[in-house]
Design a protein around this ligand. Structure first.
Ligand code: DX5
Ligand code: ZN
Length: 222
């Protein structure tokens, strides 16, 4: 599977968002990653379906919503209407996970499950036939710029091995402190979607430079 770069828009310069989206597209990112936070599941607030709706006419890049909220079900139809392509819910927030994933698919979007660093992979193994992506958080979610949690590395390998045994082609995405130092470790274990945040993509440099640096790190040329 080729490596994809997902740009985390909570790390963009929101005062000139349209311009940033155009530059990200031109620099060759593969998708836009929207962090939705409710102040309950994580101690922060960020973005919402209206934010996706505003940006949808400005780019052809796919949109994915990462729902760090306590009741993701209430946002699903608004996200579909806003033009979202893929929705990732947290295992820790979904007691009725199968039903939630089915609802995402019924609304015509791809579905994914995210795990916090301290959540074991076991629960995930029962839903892998119902997702297009698994998101392994490499920091506790909620804020940009936090230190990388290396204990997640064996989890990436465990999910990757399990998918290979099952013959399933599911994206393995990593989010949190994904940059040229951590990318080689993540890609070597099987991660193929890299969320570019404040430390990897939105460093203040030109996106053409940071995208190239992330891709080279993925190829082991860092
Ligand atoms: C963390 C968010 C990320 C964040 C990570 O809760 O989900 O999208 O932007 O990027 P870094 O750690 O590089 O700022
Ligand atoms: Zn995220």
């Amino acid at each position: 599977m080729s490596v994809k770069i997902a740009a985390s828009l909570m790390c963009a310069d929101l005062t000139r968002l349209a311009e940033q989206v155009a530059c990200l597209e031109e620099a060759g990112v593969d998708l836009l990653h929207f962090d939705l936070m409710d102040g309950g599941f994580v101690p922060n607030l960020a973005l919402g379906p209206g934010f996706l709706r505003c940006l949808r006419p400005l780019t052809r890049l796919p949109f994915e919503a990462h729902l760090m909220v306590e009741q993701p079900e209430v946002l699903l139809s608004s996200l579909a209407e806003a033009g979202c392509d893929r929705v990732i819910v947290h295992l820790e927030a979904c007691p009725l996970l199968h039903r939630t994933l089915q609802e995402v698919h019924r609304l015509g979007m791809e579905a994914g499950v995210a795990l916090n660093p301290a959540t074991p992979v076991d629960g995930l193994l029962y839903v892998l036939d119902h997702v297009e992506v698994v998101l392994l958080m490499t920091v506790d979610p909620g804020f940009a710029g936090q230190p990388f949690v290396p204990a997640v590395i064996p989890k990436i390998e465990a999910v990757s091995n399990f998918l290979r045994e099952r013959g399933r082609a599911v994206d393995i995405e990593v989010d949190g402190s994904v940059n040229e130092r951590t990318i080689p470790l993540l890609v070597a274990r099987g991660a193929n979607v890299l969320v570019g945040g404040s430390t990897g993509l939105f460093t203040g440099e030109d996106f053409r430079i940071t995208v190239r640096r992330m891709r080279e790190a993925a190829l082991g040329k860092g």
